[in-house]
Design a protein around this ligand. Structure first.
Ligand SMILES: Cc1ncc(COP(=O)(O)O)c(C=O)c1O
Length: 376
């Protein structure tokens, strides 16, 4: 059996119990477990508001859309973003006819505050910060720059489920307008596909509820809870079908119970990797600030010949990955090519090492041994 790079661990019996409850109750859509999950997520993170969605991608879209609507932005206005991310981060900007302007990354592979500030123009309205691999990077400095220039700040927290800084979930920091999480199939809190959007303000949260549910101003669950089923509602917007469902939320509720202990195990594996690679001068480890509270969704190395190492490890039954290709290499974002030299250079050398709950210490030692055997 090959060692996989990312592999979720589901607490199957408990998940099934939760799912069974949905099936027996006859409530598998929005509401019931989705509401229970929103409450659990608020309690866990400290966010004031949470709305459960069918993915992080749609959450980022709603974040951009609502900020555009509420602040009167125009088509063609700009949002500063990173080229080292999954394309959803940047697609969300494009969905609303806005333009991603790429800023370079720092040593944590997060937005570099210095380059970010240089990329501000008259058209800049907001910044999207990706907590790459769960890292908080220099988010505090990005917040300060956004305040100084009166820019909105969206946190793409797809990798950040469980990341804390001094016990606090960074998504709740003052100055962040909205944080969007992913519970996609291989994330730290894995479901099938789902996500959550957490606004700092109630008006945007309320607008989210409508826009995520076809623009309808009362959801089915809220209506059915009124005793008599109030069929009459108005449609205030041409909204979307972005809500999450009770089956996914049932799985999310179970997985959430294990998030902290599983992230602790991730950090144990990361420590073994760090020890194993620290004396190899050809390998660069990507550091994490507040490493003992990082969710470590990804563990990356920077190596001289990534393609050859991928092949060598694969021939030794070890699957690694690449997160991410510089987005400005993709046709739709090629206008940004050449604007982020550090990101461009590093993305040619990044390799994602296996990191998940199924890895044994012996496997981690084997991976370290094989990498060091090849990179010398
Ligand atoms: C940084 C980042 N942003 C956004 C997403 C999109 O998440 P989802 O699959 O939940 O839409 C991902 C998923 O891989 C991601 O890694």
């Amino acid at each position: 059996m090959k060692i996989q790079v990312l592999k979720p661990k589901f607490h199957v019996e408990e998940c099934l119990d939760q799912v069974r409850e949905c099936l027996e109750k006859g409530w598998t859509g929005m509401g019931f477990k989705t509401v229970e999950f929103e409450e659990a997520w608020k309690k866990y993170t400290g966010h004031k508001f949470a709305y459960y969605l069918n993915s992080n991608t749609v959450g980022l879209h709603l974040a951009v859309k609502i900020l555009k609507m509420s602040n009167g932005w125009n088509d063609g206005d700009e949002i500063i973003s990173t080229p080292i991310t999954f394309v959803s981060t940047n697609h969300a900007i494009m969905y609303e006819n806005l333009k991603p302007i790429f800023a370079d990354v720092d040593e944590y592979l997060c937005l570099d505050p210095v380059d970010m500030e240089k990329k501000i123009s008259k058209k800049t309205k907001a910044v999207i910060f990706v907590g790459y691999g769960g890292r908080v990077g220099q988010l505090d400095k990005i917040i300060a720059i956004c305040k100084k220039h009166n820019l909105k700040l969206i946190l793409d927290a797809a990798h950040m489920s469980g990341t804390k800084v001094n016990g606090v979930c960074p998504g709740t920091w003052e100055g962040i307008d909205v944080s969007v999480y992913s519970y996609q199939a291989v994330k730290n809190l894995a479901t099938g596909d789902s996500g959550c959007i957490c606004w700092a303000d109630e008006a945007s949260h309320n607008l989210t509820k409508m826009l995520a549910w076809c623009g309808i101003n009362k959801d089915t669950y809220a209506r059915s809870n009124k005793g008599t089923y109030a069929w009459k509602y108005d449609v205030d917007y041409v909204g979307y079908k972005y809500n999450g469902n009770a089956i996914m939320a049932a799985i999310a509720l179970t997985q959430l119970k294990y998030l902290d202990e599983e992230n602790e195990r991730r950090r144990e594996i990361v420590q073994m990797y760090n020890e194993g690679f620290k004396n190899n001068s050809l390998i660069k480890i990507i550091p994490a600030p507040f490493a003992d509270e990082c969710s470590y969704h990804l563990y990356e190395l920077v190596v001289p010949d990534r393609e050859a190492l991928l092949d060598f490890l694969s021939s030794n039954d070890i699957n690694c990955g690449v997160h991410y290709r510089d987005n400005t290499e993709y046709s739709v974002y090629k206008y940004g090519n050449g604007t982020c030299p550090k990101a461009h250079e590093i993305s040619q050398h990044l390799i994602t090492m296996p990191l998940h709950m199924w890895l044994t210490n012996d496997e981690v030692r084997l991976i370290i041994q094989k990498v060091n055997e090849f990179v010398k």
